[in-house]
Design a protein around this ligand. Sequence first.
Ligand SMILES: CCCCCCCC/C=C\CCCCCCCC(=O)SCCNC(=O)CCNC(=O)[C@H](O)C(C)(C)COP(=O)(O)OP(=O)(O)OC[C@H]1O[C@@H](n2cnc3c(N)ncnc32)[C@H](O)[C@@H]1OP(=O)(O)O
Length: 225
Amino acid sequence: MMDSLDTFRLYVNDGLSDEEIAAQAARYQPLAQDLRDLIVLSIQSRGGDDDILAARKHLSDAKSILERDRETGPYGTRFNDSGTFRTWGNAAIGLRNPIAPPLDLQFEDDGRVWADFHLHAGYEGPAGFAHGGVSALVLDQLLGDTARHAGAPGMTGTLTVKYRQPTPLGDLRCEALLDRIEGAKAFAMGTISGPDGVCVEAEGVFIAPKWMREQREHTGVQGVQ
Ligand SMILES: CCCCCCCC/C=C\CCCCCCCC(=O)SCCNC(=O)CCNC(=O)[C@H](O)C(C)(C)COP(=O)(O)OP(=O)(O)OC[C@H]1O[C@@H](n2cnc3c(N)ncnc32)[C@H](O)[C@@H]1OP(=O)(O)O
């Protein structure tokens, strides 16, 4: 089981300059987008045996190149002295993660958090509609970041999701706001909407774990992102 020590090992100031971070973003984000396109093509290609074998050979070559110099394990949370945080492996917002839709979260001064996002054919659950687990993924991230934005970062304790109507694939919007903070717990609520209005509603309780609360008491620092 991961304990707080493991968590801190994945929470690293890697000392990169903002320029180096921008260069890395420019290098790796297009790779993630190429892979996202490949996820859709894996579902939609009508290629025959020869075309699929030829495409797989190219992908195998690409894998060999990418394996030449690589890290192992999860990306974690990385930051630098100027406070630029990167969660580039995150399943919902990770810049380097092709599984992420990704959500480009917008933080408003009044505490609201929202994003316009797109669910492609790789997020299908019921025929033509978004998988309910994917909607929960989006809302978990959105509500969790709403709590963090309000100064109360925490792990998801409970996420309650109500599916009001089927969520179409395609262009969607999610939005959330903080309800209240009670001690270690932050309560947030939010929705996913499609062209016909609200499809999914969620409420979440985000809890600063015991080790984070103790760290706050000892250091006076609000906690990790
Ligand atoms: C590098 C990482 C850093 C980690 C820190 C996170 C910061 C993140 C910040 C920003 C992220 C932005 C967005 C992220 C979005 C995605 C988030 C996820 O997907 S998180 C993964 C899924 N969630 C889990 O895996 C949790 C697993 N569970 C736990 O770790 C613990 O059970 C935890 C933290 C939820 C509570 O454990 P205790 O030991 O700290 O808490 P006790 O002291 O027992 O209780 C404190 C209060 O919370 C209530 N509580 C406890 N568990 C609850 C629960 N499951 N639901 C509701 N309330 C609960 C209790 O009744 C108590 O309330 P009373 O203060 O007495 O009023």
